[in-house]
Design a protein around this ligand. Structure first.
Ligand code: UDP
Ligand code: MG
Length: 313
């Protein structure tokens, strides 16, 4: 039985390293003894990445490439790749070898021989990221796991998905995708494979702290409606406070004591004001998600496609 694996790699402004890295990844796939295609998705690169992908696909039968019409972001690039992929399994990985390709043979073994449907790379250490990113990621994943009820501790996009999982994933129609969460949501027979994040060989990370924060808000609002209920809790909390204060005020009025509560009034105004603002903000971020979803725009637009030549492995 000859299985074929499609390796989906989102690529954005990676002219410095893509050629070398595709070679390394292909080496490990050959070692795993499996038929393969490497599907490179150029996410609207502004440098010569697309030329490099063209060259690579001319030189190697196993390279296919898609070019998106602009930079849609890594999530959209992964979608484009998974929708195009035709392998019996898909491996999703970064182009910068921070997802160690040495694990590919083991992933394929677990899939073929032990029958796992999802083999997920779990970050055992996060490499040389800044402390802000490390702490932020730790907080984000524990909040998200708790709220969504799915185990996403130290998740990464480095995964092998069996064909049936890819098909299940494709049936999820949301516009704003969060690959890590969606591939956890579908379930199936799963296996974690810990890895240490390597150092980027060349070029720089494309993710700023602000980008990551936006992704975090998007992920939480897609996977849990709990923050909306927090708004209700805040409301109940203040209602109880209002009852106590109300009773006290009436009692003082009835017993004829003069009111001298200027500080209390100012403090209450400030506290209630900020609670209302936060609540509106939470509701607002869900409305924004609904707005994005109802427009039902395509997740990405493909502008060019380099397909496999006939008769390759
Ligand atoms: N990437 C992408 N579109 C983007 C940003 C990044 O396709 O808008 C790709 C990038 O080329 C790489 C992967 O996503 O293959 C991970 O990006 P990066 O290494 O910059 O992120 P980090 O490792 O810092 O999380
Ligand atoms: Mg990286």
């Amino acid at each position: 039985m000859d299985n074929k694996v499609t390796v989906v790699i989102p690529v954005y402004n990676e002219e410095l390293l893509i050629r070398e890295n595709v070679g390394v990844i292909a080496g490990f796939l050959t070692q795993a003894g499996v038929g393969f295609t490497i599907l490179l998705v150029d996410d609207g690169s502004k440098d010569s990445t697309w030329q490099k992908l063209r060259e690579l696909s001319n030189e190697n039968n196993y390279v296919k490439a898609l070019r998106l019409s602009r930079n849609f972001g890594k999530e959209a690039a992964i979608c484009a790749g998974l929708e195009e992929a035709d392998g019996d399994a898909c491996i999703i990985m970064d182009s910068d070898l921070q997802h160690p390709p040495q694990l590919i043979p083991e992933m394929i073994r677990l899939w073929r021989e032990e029958g796992y449907d999802v083999i997920e790379g779990v970050k055992a250490s996060r490499g040389n990221e800044s402390i802000v990113k490390k702490v932020g990621a730790g907080m984000f994943y524990s909040i998200l796991s708790r709220l969504s009820g799915l185990n996403m501790q130290q998740a990464s996009d480095f995964k092998l998905l069996d064909r049936k999982v890819v098909d299940a994933w494709k049936s999820m129609n949301e516009r704003g995708t969060f690959f890590r969460g969606m591939s956890a949501w579908v379930g199936y027979n799963r296996k974690s494979l810990p890895f240490s994040v390597g150092t980027r060989t060349r070029g720089t990370s494309k993710w700023s702290v602000l980008n990551l924060f936006t992704l975090a808000i998007k992920a939480i609002t897609s996977f849990s409606s709990f923050p909306l209920h927090i708004v209700t809790f805040i409301g109940v909390f203040f209602l109880l406070g209002a009852l106590v204060l109300g009773i006290q005020t009436i009692y003082m009025k009835v017993s004829g004591m003069a009111l001298s509560g200027f500080t209390t009034v100012i403090l209450l105004l400030l506290i209630i004001g900020s609670a209302l603002m936060i609540s509106l903000g939470i509701i607002g971020s869900y409305i924004a998600r609904i707005y994005d979803e109802v427009k039902f725009r395509p997740r990405y637009i493909v502008s060019e496609r380099i397909s496999e030549k006939v008769g390759n492995s």
